[in-house]
Write a protein that binds this ligand. Structure first.
Ligand code: SF4
Length: 412
């Protein structure tokens, strides 16, 4: 039986103003391996082909031609909400006997996806066990409960993995950087965030360090832990460090996590090769942090930066600009505050109302939006849809101008 697993092409995806265009130009050099479908593929025995249209810059039509040329019995599509338009187009036009859709978009839109033509929809972040029985061709909604330690390592060799090496053309240098996951989910509830799983699942430290070693064998010289929040649980992080220490593993690694953590672990992280931490700082003002429901205060951020600087670990700090509680004084003082904290790589985003977030719901509740834009869009996705800026066109121009100024100021 032939199976094709594919991500969705970017054509027609909804406009997201989070990252200003100047940054996006640079960002297009970063290619993300579709680790989810590479993991699914490593759990099934049948002949399998992985396609990744965004990396190939394929249009919707090109993607359809490419899929159909494989003549698969089964097509699995990994869907993110931003690509609801290309998903609908492919479901409408593709000629494959059985089509199943998985990925984060299915959590809230399974019924719509079935109406759009999918035979089955897999709901749940990890679907490896359920997908391994795909030859039975189930129909309708399939709720997936695979445990994180029951999945195999993503088989990166099913793609030309060298194409995905990232050497650091945006902000920092990282030789042949490759991402991996050590956990999924985040129990925090930041209002702007669309991370769906509030129940965190952790991989066994042995499995994590096996994967680090495997990436090193593939040629990577910089392993990035791309979790939703890799340092949220001290005992888990400590166990990973112990495993690295026992194996005397010395590699450059980095991770995406949070400010509040057990600082006693930082020296051990540094000693195993930890180089850079990516964290959502979001704001240097307690009122704004509270507005975001961020589980940190400015004092925590200050302590965090101090410890990282002492240990010579670079901080890549994400900031969100454009909340309604932001003041002119805050904007004026922000660049100097960032310098005072020694944040090496500040990354500036504009607050964006992602679908299904508390922030978007608050805009509806508080009357900034008079109708449910996302609800309408999901029912009938149009290409390149752009949701109106909630605070008006002038405010949008103003925030973009300010963020571009910040980016310019911190460009090396
Ligand atoms: S800490 Fe990060 S991943 Fe967790 S809810 Fe907040 S923004 Fe999302």
């Amino acid at each position: 039986m032939g199976i094709v697993l594919s991500t969705l092409p970017t054509e027609g995806e909804f406009v997201n103003w989070t990252t200003p265009k100047d940054f996006l130009k640079d960002q297009s050099v970063v290619k993300y391996m579709p680790l989810g479908i590479l993991s699914l593929a490593s759990n099934i025995k049948d002949k399998i082909k992985i396609l990744d249209p965004p990396t190939e810059s394929w249009t919707i039509e090109e993607t359809i031609i490419r899929i159909e040329s494989e003549k698969p019995d089964i097509l699995g599509l990994s869907a993110i909400t931003r690509r609801a338009y290309s998903l609908k187009q492919i479901l409408r036009k593709i000629d494959v006997p059985y089509v199943v859709v998985g990925g984060p978009h299915t959590t809230n839109y399974a019924d719509l996806i079935l109406e759009q033509g999918a035979d089955a929809v897999f709901i749940g972040q990890l679907a490896d066990n359920e997908f391994s029985k795909i030859w039975k061709k189930p129909s309708g909604k399939i709720y997936c409960n695979t445990k994180i330690n029951d999945i195999n390592m993503p088989n990166r060799e099913l793609l030309n993995f060298q194409d995905y090496f990232y050497d650091g053309k945006v902000l920092f240098k990282a030789e042949k950087r490759m991402p991996m996951f050590s956990s999924i989910g985040c129990s925090n509830r930041c209002t702007f965030c669309n991370v769906q799983s509030k129940r965190v699942q952790y991989k066994d430290p042995k499995i994590i360090v096996d994967e680090m070693e495997h990436l090193h064998k593939l040629g990577s010289r910089s392993v990035h832990i791309l979790d939703d929040n890799f340092n949220i649980n001290s005992s888990h992080l400590s166990s990973v460090l112990t495993e690295m220490e026992n194996r005397k593993l010395q590699i450059e690694w980095s991770g995406r996590g949070q400010v509040r953590m057990n600082y006693n672990l930082v020296k051990r992280m540094k000693d195993t090769g930890f180089k850079r931490i990516h964290v959502g700082i979001e704001a240097l003002d307690n009122d704004i942090l509270k507005y975001f429901n961020k589980p940190q205060k400015v004092e925590h951020i200050e302590k965090f930066c101090e410890v990282m600087n002492e240990n010579d670990i670079d901080v890549l700090g994400y900031f969100i600009i454009g909340s309604p509680v932001e003041t002119e004084i805050y904007r004026r003082e922000l660049p100097q505050k960032i310098r005072n904290l020694g944040i090496k790589f500040p990354w500036f985003n504009i607050l964006f109302p992602e679908p299904n977030t508390e922030y978007y719901k608050s805009l509806l509740r508080d009357g900034y939006y008079k109708k449910d834009y996302w609800g309408e869009f999901m029912k009938n996705p149009t290409p390149n849809f752009e949701i109106p800026y909630p605070y008006g066109k002038e405010a949008k121009k103003d925030v973009i101008k300010y963020v571009n100024k910040l980016i310019g100021e911190f460009k090396e």
